[in-house]
Design a protein around this ligand. Structure first.
Ligand code: 6R9
Length: 655
């Protein structure tokens, strides 16, 4: 925790937002979600979840227990039930006669396409499951997946789930170093990657990063399975590397899913915490799938027979896990996945895709919406977007102006918008309006979903009254909650359960308005949110000080019109390096190499001192004032009050 207060003054004006959008009666009449869901769930919360689990999920062996919280803070949900996640996402739709329905419409960045029906998906995942087994992967072994946003990424995840091997997807934009640490932490036995993917009109290599990550070290990895996507040259290590297409073609398309216990680990996904070391958030099967399916069905009002759903997230993030892979496929949806960037080959590419596939539900991030606002509304206006009927937002607070623009320009002034708050740790959506049931307020995620208990509390864990602000907490266990941090139960307890005893601390500041609706205000810890991606200040600081010319570094998230927050770094150079021309550019590139291009600071300011408290804590709040060009706030707790003058004077010096 920093000394910062959870509510910053610039966000106060959010609560003066008074526009309201009542449900359209026609939409409400056909909506999946009814207002009675709230009373049903609050009358019998665990009974409600048991009903959802029975209704939405197929169990090979039904459960008789619902929630076991005796091992808190590690929950067990539906623990004596057995199931398979891939069977739920694929096979059961085929068994129910829906095999001809398109599961995935893949759209490559260069314009190549491929559709997979549920029956084709079943054959493909079965083949890959057989390949994994042939390569020695057993139930319980971890598999790292480092792929672009192509259909094979979805297939690879499902094939792992099919044999009960937890996957650890590493975002393709992460560096070799980031990949190495994640492979090592999870002790992955296999890595699934590709030669590369297409980004901004050109092939972008992935395989060399895998080679670099595995070079030298004694590694747990026995094989690397390589998808051919771009046709780039790759180095093949004999005995270790295997071409996906060769192995898959040779494999049988028959495979029986491995039935696992509900609490069997489904995946590990690394996310930035407040320290330099990313946390391996791990999720299990039964509860996760239940909440993924329930939220996907109700929050997006999914009609599997008629909707075309598109979530723009990459599978490297939790949104890609829950709302590209598990939620939609368990619900038997037809969805679009797109490999590339929104502006390749032109800035209307997304809207062209919406028109082409008649997308009816679109789920994306505020940063993308703000980018489109910047490009101008005449671009989406050039495409037929009339198929859209529900729009979603995730990843960071959406500012009311972006919300209203999204609804007017993309949603034709007609569609509900669901602003969905959740985290890698929560596994699935927790706070969101329900379309057709909730009167919408631009900028607010509003209400915990039926079955979810959340609150806003003060420093002493007392719920704040309506109109008050404080910390967002989750007060009851929920089915899709993380079951821990991989290999580090103590860190799990310390990070989430020690700030307020017995309740989950999310790390976000929030306010309750006069109606008791929740408005998220951003992180209150040392985690930044850049374009909806979590980055740790500490992690970037350690990357900077790992460079030979840096003596000390402090990183803050400064507000940014497009990306929400941007990384701004303050560095003290080692003596002798102060004047080195090109140092700043070199440092930015160094961070990109160490963590990934998303972590690259927007600006790096070279300073001679950093503001510290007497206990040696860097006062990031003051640096944020500088980064956001504000008058520097209260600096009285600084050990040396003149430091801020030095910094601001230094910055005002002509270059
Ligand atoms: C799903 C996802 C989680 C953090 C979370 C919060 C921010 C996500 C939000 C939101 C306001 C929303 N966040 N959705 N803030 N309104 N609708 O993004 O997971 O990458 O783990 O990030 O993102 O700060 O704590 P993850």
């Amino acid at each position: 925790m920093t000394e910062d207060s959870p509510t910053s003054p610039s966000l106060e004006n959010l609560l003066t937002e008074e526009r309201r959008f009542a449900p359209d009666p026609e939409f409400a009449a056909q909506a999946n979600a009814h207002p009675e869901l709230y009373s049903w769930a609050s009358a019998d919360r665990t009974g409600f979840w048991a009903d959802q689990a029975r209704e939405l999920i197929s169990w090979q062996q039904p459960f008789t227990e619902v929630l076991d919280w005796s091992g808190a803070p590690v929950a067990r949900w539906f623990a004596d039930g057995r199931l398979n996640a891939c069977h739920n996402a694929v096979d059961r739709h085929v068994e129910a006669g829906r095999g001809d329905r398109v599961a995935l419409h893949f759209e490559g960045e260069p314009g190549d396409t491929r559709a997979y029906t549920y029956a084709e998906l079943q054959r493909e995942v079965s083949r890959v499951a057989n390949v994994l087994t042939d390569l020695g992967v057993r139930t319980g072994d971890r598999v790292a997946i480092y792929l672009p946003m192509i259909a094979e990424a979805v297939v690879a995840m499902l094939a792992c789930a099919r044999i009960g091997a937890p996957h650890s997807v590493v975002f393709g934009g992460f560096s070799a170093e980031a990949l190495r640490s994640r492979i090592e932490d999870a002790e992955a036995k296999l890595v699934i990657t590709a030669d590369g993917g297409f980004r901004r009109g050109a092939p972008s290599a992935l395989k060399p990063a895998v080679d670099e990550a595995l070079a030298g070290g004694a590694s747990s990895v026995e094989h690397v399975l390589v998808v051919r996507r771009t046709g780039q040259d790759v180095d093949i290590t004999a005995g270790r590397d295997v071409w996906w297409h060769e192995a898959v073609e040779a494999a049988s398309s028959e495979h029986t899913p491995v039935w696992v216990e509900a609490e069997h680990p489904l995946f590990i996904l690394y996310t930035s915490g407040t320290t330099g070391k990313p946390k391996g958030i791990f999720h299990t099967t039964g509860g996760y799938l239940t909440q993924a399916a329930y939220t996907h069905l109700n929050v997006f009002d999914l009609k599997p027979e008629s909707d075309v759903y598109w979530c723009t997230a990459d599978v490297g993030w939790v949104t890609g896990h829950t709302y590209v892979v598990y939620g939609p496929l368990v619900n038997g949806a037809t969805q679009v996945i797109y490999e590339g960037t929104p502006d390749t080959p032109h800035r209307g590419r997304w809207w062209e895709i919406v028109a082409k596939y008649k997308v009816s539900i679109l789920y994306t991030a505020p940063t993308a919406i703000r980018t489109c606002m910047k490009w101008g509304e005449e671009i989406p206006a050039g495409f037929d977007l009339s198929s859209l009927r529900v729009l979603g937002s995730v990843g960071e607070p959406i500012n009311p102006e972006a919300w209203v623009w999204y609804r007017r320009v993309i949603g034709g002034d007609r569609t509900p918008i669901v602003d969905t708050w959740w985290q890698t740790e929560t596994g699935a959506i927790m706070i969101s309006p329900l379309p057709g049931a909730t009167t919408l307020k631009p900028g607010s995620a509003q209400v915990p979903l039926p079955g979810i208990s959340a609150d806003v509390v003060d420093d002493e864990a007392h719920p704040v009254p309506n109109g008050g602000g404080g910390y967002l907490v989750l007060t009851e266990p929920w089915p899709a909650m993380l079951r821990g941090i991989w290999g580090d139960p103590q860190r799990y307890a310390d990070t989430y359960w020690s700030r307020f005893r017995g309740i989950y601390f999310a790390g976000d500041g929030a306010k309750k308005d006069e109606d008791g609706d929740i408005w998220l205000l951003g992180r209150v810890d040392d985690v930044m949110n850049v374009s909806g991606h979590r980055l740790s200040t500490t992690e970037i600081e350690s990357a900077l000080v790992s460079h030979p010319s840096v003596a000390e570094a402090a990183v803050v998230g400064a507000s940014d019109d497009t990306t929400g927050q941007a990384v701004v770094a303050f560095v003290i150079l080692r003596s002798g390096n102060e004047e080195a021309a090109g140092t700043v550019e070199e440092l930015r590139a160094h961070v990109a190499r160490a963590i990934g291009p998303i972590a690259k600071p927007r600006s790096i300011l070279v300073v001679s001192e950093l503001p510290k408290t007497r206990s040696g804590k860097i006062m990031r709040r003051l640096l944020r004032d500088v980064a956001e060009h504000r008058t520097v706030g209260d600096a009285t707790t600084l050990a040396d009050a003149s430091v801020m003058d030095l910094i601001t004077q230094g910055l005002n010096k002509p270059a």
